[in-house]
Design a protein around this ligand. Structure first.
Ligand code: NAD
Length: 257
């Protein structure tokens, strides 16, 4: 195989906080930042799966609770003295959210709004105050290909992901003169527990993989790599925008699966 080139980032001296960092894409993001020298924190409602080593300090907390977000950010700043990167990543897509809009339970909707939307806002509220004082920082919102385009029976997840894109644009413009960049990442399908929980609704992995022009779903480190670049000085002129990391999915009109 021809050499494909290595990407290396140096995050020594930087302090990073990843929401939902104990599993899935968040875990891969923690691993990438920690391996590049960052002081890495994760906030999560759960511990990592048995046998999984989390190379980050885990603070238990629920991002849908504003007090938890304030407590976590205060603890990171108190211990580490700064907060350079926030990755808003914790979100849920429960199996019973795959419904037609008139079949969606209000309780499921409320819970998804609380975690996937308010959680991002509460974390940004707490972190933006710190970054404004520092006059530096990067916030990355984990959005989704489903925030750009419709899919079958995602009446809550898709619209909330679209709001995550707009949060990054809005906050990015507001904070641009404060030395703070805000961006979002929109993955296609990624092999994580969240995806596996929904594979039955999506007809299994093979047709889903086939809808991506690259012919496969992503691995979590491939999404982490995009976050690493966006958080780096290599992306110093990139703000208030989105990066689609989707194996070509967004450009592909899949008229026939
Ligand atoms: P996951 O379910 O595998 O992991 C999510 C993590 O968030 C878990 O560790 C979970 O415990 C934690 N979490 C859940 N609720 C929380 C709360 N209230 N407070 C704190 N932590 C909480 O999910 P994933 O697939 O890794 O998804 C991560 C992000 O990527 C989400 O924003 C998701 O919408 C997005 N995304 C995923 C895919 C995919 O195919 N997996 C595709 C596009 C976008």
């Amino acid at each position: 195989m021809r050499p494909r080139g290595n990407v290396q980032f140096d995050n020594s001296g930087r302090v990073v906080l990843v929401t939902g960092g104990a599993g899935g894409i968040g875990l891969a993001i923690c691993q990438a930042f920690a391996a590049s020298g960052a002081t890495t924190y994760a906030v999560d409602v759960s511990q990592p799966e048995p046998g999984v080593e989390l190379p980050a300090k885990l603070i238990l907390g629920d991002v849908s609770q504003r007090e938890d977000c304030q407590r976590v950010v205060a603890q990171v700043v108190e211990e580490a003295g700064a907060l350079d990167v926030l990755v808003n990543n914790a979100a849920i897509q429960p199996p019973d959210s795959y419904r037609a809009i008139d079949q969606l339970s209000p309780a499921v909707w409320d819970k998804m709004v609380a975690i996937n939307l308010s959680g991002y806002t509460y974390m940004a509220m707490a972190v933006a105050a710190v970054m404004r004082k520092q006059q530096s920082g990067v916030i990355v919102n984990m959005a989704s290909a489903q925030g750009h385009r419709t899919a079958r029976e995602v009446p809550a997840y898709g619209p909330i992901k679209a709001a995550n894109l707009m949060q990054a644009k809005q906050w990015g413009v507001e904070l641009a003169r404060e030395g703070v960049r805000v961006v979002s990442v929109s993955p296609g399908a990624v092999g994580t527990p969240l995806l596996r929980a929904s594979l039955a609704q999506q007809g299994g992995e093979a047709p889903l993989a086939n809808r991506h022009p690259l012919g496969r779903i992503a691995e979590p480190p491939e999404i982490a790599a995009a976050v690493m670049w966006l958080a780096s000085d290599g992306a110093s002129f990139v703000t208030a925008t989105d990066l689609e990391v989707d194996g070509g999915l967004g450009a592909f009109a899949a008229f026939a699966d």
